[in-house]
Design a protein around this ligand. Structure first.
Ligand SMILES: Cc1cc2nc3c(=O)[nH]c(=O)nc-3n(C[C@H](O)[C@H](O)[C@H](O)COP(=O)(O)O)c2cc1C
Length: 290
């Protein structure tokens, strides 16, 4: 059956956007009509949507501190109430540690509004903070995500149930960590500094999903609404924005998965059956069926 699918997504530094493009193409290939809408555009009142037009609703986001980013919760508040709307979630993160935890809170909020979460999946993508993955591994995770998205599309179009179970302990852990992340993220924003290379191009001001960056006179100012998505840091053309206290959280030489995908010299054959050490945890994810 041909379905109309509305997908709402947030991407801080491009990984989720790359997945969204794969998802959109795969849905079209399977005969669906799609609308892919950035959550930030909805919250900035730049786009109109009507969930009643969709047979299926999708929500996609990167995991932030074992949970969905704050902007996703703001979006859910804005969603209209519906009756039994089939909904799927695709999360992505640098690891699958307590993967179900990141949907526990969201699942309940969606249910109250009539969105029936029938399928949830986690796709592993390169981490964009603390530990930079080797380029070969980043490419391999991207190549693997193509297959994962194909599997997800097959499942959601066939109405296959896939729900992650969570223990009470995981739910409590997730809530505690997210609580502290929500408190801490604005401090991360206030810690950002702009160096002398800044060309005042205004890109960070225009691109901030939370409208948290302002140009006042000749100065760039960061407000208290930051959710530490890192977009301003990694997308600044001059590399001028850096945290001061939290400087070890971000990569000195930036982060851009698209440039790794586009580089034909990076083959993406990093993990093999003989891989040892911390990245060996990706073996099952890459080579075994979900
Ligand atoms: C503030 C913040 C918190 C994060 N927390 C987690 C986490 O708890 N677990 C994890 O595996 N990855 C975590 N990550 C990594 C991202 O989920 C991952 O790199 C994701 O693919 C980024 O997607 P994006 O480029 O669309 O923003 C975090 C990233 C940020 C910026």
């Amino acid at each position: 059956m041909h379905k109309t699918v509305g997908v709402f997504y947030f991407s801080g530094t491009g990984n989720t956007e790359i997945l969204i493009n794969l998802l959109g193409n795969e849905l079209i290939k399977n005969g669906s009509k799609i609308e892919l809408i950035r959550i930030e555009d909805i919250l900035k009142d730049n786009v109109y949507f009507d969930v009643n037009n969709y047979d299926l609703v999708g929500i996609c986001y990167p995991i932030h501190a074992f949970n969905a980013p704050k902007i996703v919760f703001d979006f859910i508040k804005k969603l209209p109430r519906v009756k039994d709307k089939y909904t799927f979630i695709i999360k992505n993160a640098g690891s699958n540690f307590i993967e179900g935890g990141s949907t526990t809170i969201i699942k309940n909020k969606l249910k109250v509004k009539g969105y029936d979460l029938f399928n949830e999946s986690l796709i592993l993508m390169p981490s964009n903070l603390f530990t930079k993955y080797p380029d070969e591994l980043s490419k391999q995770l991207y190549l693997t995500s193509i297959k994962k998205v194909q599997r997800i599309v097959k499942e959601i179009l066939n109405g296959k149930m896939r729900r992650q179970k969570n223990s009470a302990m995981i739910t409590i852990f997730t809530r505690v960590i997210s609580f502290f992340e929500n408190i801490g993220a604005p401090f991360f924003g206030r810690d950002l500094k702009v160096n002398e290379n800044c060309s005042r191009c205004n890109k960070c001001v225009k691109n901030c999903p939370r409208n948290n960056i302002k140009m006042e006179g000749y100065k760039i100012k960061f407000g208290w609404k930051c959710m530490s998505c890192l977009r301003c840091i990694y997308r600044c053309p001059q590399g001028s924005i850096k945290p001061s206290v939290f400087k070890y959280a971000v990569f000195k030489d930036g982060y851009n998965l698209q440039s790794i995908i586009d580089n034909p010299d990076i083959k993406g054959e990093y993990i093999t059956s003989s891989t040892k050490g911390k990245y060996s945890r990706f073996y099952d994810y890459i080579y075994k069926e979900d």
